[in-house]
Design a protein around this ligand. Structure first.
Ligand code: PLP
Length: 409
């Protein structure tokens, strides 16, 4: 049964009470200019054709929709399909958005790109797109993240990007975004801010979502071809929310398809130990938009924690807040330990090592499958686990022993 549930922002960029444009006055005109340029580009067949060509021949779309037979049979319940965004160039879904925005920046005559990055995945995808188009690339990254993700810093530099360390605050993603916004205010005439998730002031949440819609569109067409029907449940991890909203969108009107977002449950659900915005967060404004925000007693953005840097952010994208309040999507959380266990299980049943972010979605899929025989599940595997090898090694020391014949594995 298809309903008339839709999810589009109003003319001021609000998804219900969320989203909007909470920025300094100097950014109002540039955001307006960006909105107009994006609208024109998205309606231009030449722009769409060039983007599709790049997604196909550069990024590697369409990605496979893979039936995980061994995982499904081991669990003895639902039939589980995996959307393989992990197979894309640079290792995650992020390249979809970076190619779209880089193409738009070129169209707008902007020759300088700035971006923020946490773990470095968005920075790497941005550096890659900028190299491809010959655009100057400056990536802001917290110094703490630079230390933890040295390899990604090197990859960005190898592709010609300048990585600027941010020493403010907790020296992580939130501080990097603030610094990138400061740069944008100063250099807005020459510079496009290539934001990495479905966050920020309008039109970013809409635009970033649209560049990722291809994930759900491909999934819908492919599952109809393979199974002759739509899935019963769809799972995706939610940091800012871009891979999840890209996957969910094609199914929003199909009310019988459950949409399940998984946030980072971290070490515990005590404030400061997780990034599950729907568990303890409340509406607030950060980085240009209103949405669910984890905040301390004074309403300041709280500290967060997750084993996966990509889910470790204090605000959720505004469209998710709206889907949540209307009950169209449900949200749950997965702890660090559960995500690590799910990653190991997927590695051992299917030979696929997921990104730690994606492992959060895999966990919820594994948790629900046994009780739902006959049901069709799709889990979005947003990225591959190569970037997380060091964290896996730390957490599975028994597999990393110097002893050539370790006993316990
Ligand atoms: C960045 C990242 C995420 C989180 O970002 P969203 O915008 O919520 O999708 C999830 N998975 C992977 C692999 C990432 O690199």
């Amino acid at each position: 049964m298809t309903s008339h549930v839709t999810s589009e922002p109003d003319a001021t960029g609000h998804f219900g009470p969320y989203g909007g444009r909470f920025v300094p006055e100097v950014l109002m005109a540039p955001l307006e200019e960006l909105e107009q340029a994006y609208k024109a580009a998205s309606a231009d067949p030449a722009f769409q054709a060039e983007l599709t060509d790049l997604l196909t021949h550069y990024a590697g779309r369409p990605t496979p929709l893979y039936y995980a037979r061994r995982l499904s049979e081991t669990l003895g319940g639902a039939k589980i399909y995996i959307k393989r965004e992990d197979l894309l160039h640079t290792g995650a879904h992020k390249i979809n958005n970076c190619l779209g925005q880089a193409l738009l920046a070129r169209r707008m005559g902007k020759k300088r790109i700035i971006a923020e990055t946490g773990a470095g995945q968005h920075g790497v995808a941005t550096a890659s797109a900028c190299a491809l188009f010959g655009l100057e690339c400056v990536v802001y990254m917290g110094e703490e993240d630079m230390r933890r993700q040295r390899l990604n810093v090197f990859r960005m530099r190898l592709m010609g990007a300048t990585v600027v360390g941010v020493a403010n605050g907790s020296r992580t993603l939130k501080d990097a975004i603030s610094e990138a916004m400061r740069d944008w205010v100063t250099n807005v005439h020459t510079t496009h801010y290539l934001l990495g998730s479905a966050l920020g002031a309008h039109p970013y949440p809409l635009m970033v979502r649209d560049f990722h819609r291809v994930i759900g569109d491909e999934t819908r067409a492919e599952i109809l071809k393979r199974e002759g029907r739509l899935p019963d449940s769809i799972f995706a991890c939610v940091g800012g929310g871009s891979n999840a909203i890209g996957m969910f969108h094609a199914f929003i009107g199909d009310e019988n398809v459950k949409l399940i977002g998984i946030e980072a449950g971290g070490r515990s659900l005590k404030l400061g130990e997780h990034a599950a915005r729907f568990e303890g967060g409340a509406p607030g404004v950060l980085h240009g938009a209103k949405s669910y925000l984890l905040q301390d007693a004074d309403g300041q953005a709280a500290l967060t924690h997750s084993v996966s840097a990509g889910l470790d952010y204090v605000l959720i994208g505004p469209e998710h807040a709206w889907l949540h309040d209307r009950g169209r999507a449900e949200y749950t959380s997965c702890s660090d330990a559960e995500a690590l266990a799910a990653a190991k299980k997927l590695a051992r049943t299917e030979g696929i090592i997921p990104a730690l972010e994606s492992a959060h979605a895999v966990h919820e899929t594994i948790r629900r499958a046994p009780a739902e025989p006959g049901k069709l599940f799709v889990v979005n595997l947003s990225g591959r686990g190569d970037k997380d090898t060091d964290i896996y090694r730390e957490n599975f020391p028994e597999l990393d022993a110097a002893d050539p014949n370790p006993k316990a594995v």
